[in-house]
Ligand binder design. Sequence first.
Ligand code: KIV
Ligand code: ZN
Length: 517
Amino acid sequence: MKQGNKQADQIIIFDTTLRDGEQSPGAAMTKEEKIRIARQLEKLGVNVIEAGFAAASPGDFEAISEIAKIIKQSTVCSLARASENDVRRAGEAIKHAASGRIHTFIATSKIHMENKLRMSEDQVVERAVQAVKWALEYTKDVEFSAEDAVRSDMDFLVRVFDAVIAAGATTINVPDTVGYSIPAPWGERMRDLIARVKDSDKVVWSTHCHNDLGMAVANSLAAVMGGARQVECTINGLGERAGNASLEEVVMALRTRRDVFHLETSIDATQIVPTSKLVSTITGYPVQPNKAIVGANAFSHESGIHQDGVLKHRETYEIMRAEDVGWGANKLTLGKLSGRNAFRTRLKELGIELATEDLLNAAFARFKDLADKKSEIFDEDLHALVSDEFLSVATEHFKLVYLQVASVTGEVPHASITLSENGQEKRAEASGGGPVDAAFKAIESIANSAAELQLYSVNNITSGTDAQGEVTVRLSKGGRIVNGQGADTDIVVASVKAYLNALNKIQSKSERAHPQV
Ligand code: KIV
Ligand code: ZN
């Protein structure tokens, strides 16, 4: 099957971790964090990086334009609603990209057109065509999405797609925005659209599936069987509500079942686990241990029968090799005696560029501190350390100055804490059910945030009891949800850092538009 000028046996991997993934509650990222993820996605071999939604806020615009300047191997894309302002913002944001795309969309289902857009079918078609034309003023690479295609009338979808292809769209995306579909009809829908739309062979057909019924990956693969040659997905399946199709599952299914699909991707699978860890560290969304491909247990065998089988012949119980997806690839990079240059060089290799010498010095001091407590330092430690450094520099309202926690058998745990609030030191003490509880209560007696704790989770960054603990704290206040992160070899300190980071994010109150509202 020929589509556009792309090879028919190649699946284009379109990663939207930085856009749809960022729409997960509390997963908002800073510009520096987005750049680090974008560099890693380029290393992973992603074809298209959806770097954000340029019209959402000046911060989003700036992050996309920086990424567009830095990334050379992947196409950099910005989302835009079908409005002149959105499309022009997207066009400006990607203008320095070696290869740039504008992705414009409008809803096509009756329920969205009548209740959200309050537009007639004719108006929607006209606006979609106009948006594609505005986008073509900036780039030849224009993607059009029919939001809520899963609940849209087929005749109307054909009409919209005919019109936008005639206007010059080069990729047509068919989203299951609400995660409503199931595989067989979704694959059929793709096949029917390709058969009915005029000039369907001149564009690349794409699918974008949400996971509300747990079928985003299955639906994406069904769409591929129906003729889609681009899959939109996110690392770890991050995304709105139950998330998007997970990149690692789609890629490894295509690869492991090449006998069924006969299709290739450009992904370097050995970069999958490092990318998953980076996204989890930065967003504060832990990966569940039994998650396919990237979960900590994905390749471990508990039962004796399985262990015996794997030892005798690996393929008895393993369909993929852990090392092929990047497990065990974490390198022992630096140690106590490593110098500043070695530190700077390794950060560079990891795609981390610290903007000033002061930042590098501060990060290096933290590294030396860590090396005193932990004999082996891995890439994951460096990522956590740099995230921590950026967080403490970027968000200064509350800072930890001093912490003492007493946890003695038979006695009530107690914490004494000194915080700096906007430069002014404040001290507090509290008792609690455990040392973390006591420390959080002491913080609250200073901050009085009235925020509700929604999630507290601890993960070890590497293995061993001297590993850094990485803590995520999710707080909600007035409808706003934020994730705070902290890392330290002492998990009470890591917890306090994470709590303060979340409080600082609540303080910062940055407002952004949501593309689908
Ligand atoms: O889920 C969706 O429909 C989207 C579109 C903007 C493509 O994210
Ligand atoms: Zn989506």
